[in-house]
Design a binder for this molecule. Structure first.
Ligand SMILES: [Zn+2]
Length: 359
């Protein structure tokens, strides 16, 4: 059962964006009393000693022999695999969640891929979400010059904006607009001195922690991408106007083009499973590196229940069939966060593909 799997949160953020301050606050909160914290501080400033001595038999693992996203992904696999006995007491696992802090320069995609696809991990853990800290005093320049930082922002489920007190209010506003254009569906909030309620950045995955049932709308970020309910075309145009406004505004203010698009394709008719798989495979092989995230709920022909998909770049988590539809709305919804692939390109490609095969 998915709820019996241990949630894993990935904490990213560029150098100096306040990850360690945040983590220092988090590990003192009751919600994280039993968390296993994995830090990868390769080439960065030393970690706060208070954090390291948080527990007598510490549950902080430092992985500093290389970078988690490129050189020591295998070490991450063995650390998570061994954690069950390594961090146990009287044979009982002692932690109920994992937080992984990456280095500032890390690309979150390969780490998420590892968490979603390596069998020894997926048998016990579930990837919960990406949390990214953004330093409001520096982020504009960082996003302009560091592709990893842009990717960290684009792939986030939750954006934590730090150092607002040190930034110009107009700059903060412009940056918030820029982030809204890059990643409209991520939650976005300002944090001061790392102080944040843990519940806002834990349990970002598909399952509602209280009810244990899937909360698909929240997970897909439907509200931001489509509007909450009703006719999607009407909402789409309202959304386009509203967010087109945001985009234009942000671009006017900053003259940025981050090349990132976030959008949702809605399909009214049930889909042929193998056709859709083929199309997704094709997109992944043509432009996988630019498909930063794909999430979706699918109405597949011949299936009573909805199927949820989740992918990062070239790889996809095995599809999960939900026990029931979350609402009356039985349309398929595919959410994409892409780089240099506009909505129209994918929408037309999918339409043409389905048409040509279904005719
Ligand atoms: Zn790396």
């Amino acid at each position: 059962m998915p709820e019996s799997l241990i949630p894993v949160t990935l904490l990213t953020g560029f150098l100096g964006s306040g990850k360690t301050t945040l983590l220092n606050h988090l590990v003192r909160q009751p919600e994280l009393a039993d968390a296993l914290v994995i830090i990868n501080e390769f080439g960065e400033v030393g970690l706060d000693h208070l954090l390291m001595s948080r527990l007598p038999d510490d549950s902080v693992v430092e992985m500093s022999s290389g970078c988690l996203c490129c050189t020591i992904r295998g070490d991450l696999v063995s650390t998570l695999k061994d954690a069950h006995w390594r961090f146990s007491r009287a044979g009982e696992r002692r932690f109920d969640r994992v937080v992984i802090e990456t280095t500032g320069l890390a690309d979150p995609a390969p780490i998420v891929q590892t968490l979603m696809t390596v069998g020894v991990i997926t048998r016990r853990y579930r990837f919960d979400g990406v949390v990214t800290t953004i330093d409001l005093t520096n982020a504009d320049r960082t996003l302009d010059t560091q592709p990893e930082a842009l990717k960290q922002a684009a792939m986030a489920d939750c954006l934590l904006l730090t150092k607002a007190d040190l930034a110009e209010p107009t700059a903060v506003k412009a940056l918030e607009q820029r982030l809204l254009a890059i990643n409209p569906s991520a939650c976005r909030l300002q944090v001061h001195n790392g102080v944040v309620a843990p519940r806002t950045l834990l349990e970002l995955g598909l399952y509602d922690p209280a009810t244990k049932i899937p909360d698909v709308a929240r997970w897909l970020g439907e509200e931001a991408l489509l509007g909450v309910s009703g006719d999607h075309d009407a909402h789409d145009s309202a959304h386009d106007q509203e967010h087109g406004g945001h985009h234009a505004h942000a671009h006017d203010l900053n003259r940025h083009d981050d090349h990132i698009s976030a959008f949702c394709l809605v399909l009214d008719e049930p889909l042929d499973e193998s056709l859709l798989d083929t199309w997704l495979d094709l997109q992944r092989s043509l432009s996988g590196k630019d498909m930063l995230r794909i999430k979706g709920i699918l109405n597949l022909r011949g299936r009573e229940r909805p199927v949820v998909i989740h992918g990062v770049q070239h790889i996809q988590h095995p599809p999960v069939e939900l026990p029931a539809w979350p609402s009356e709305d039985r349309r398929s919804k595919l959410v994409f966060i892409t780089r240099d692939i506009p909505r129209e390109t994918l929408a037309q490609s999918l339409d043409a593909f389905l048409d040509s095969w279904q005719r």
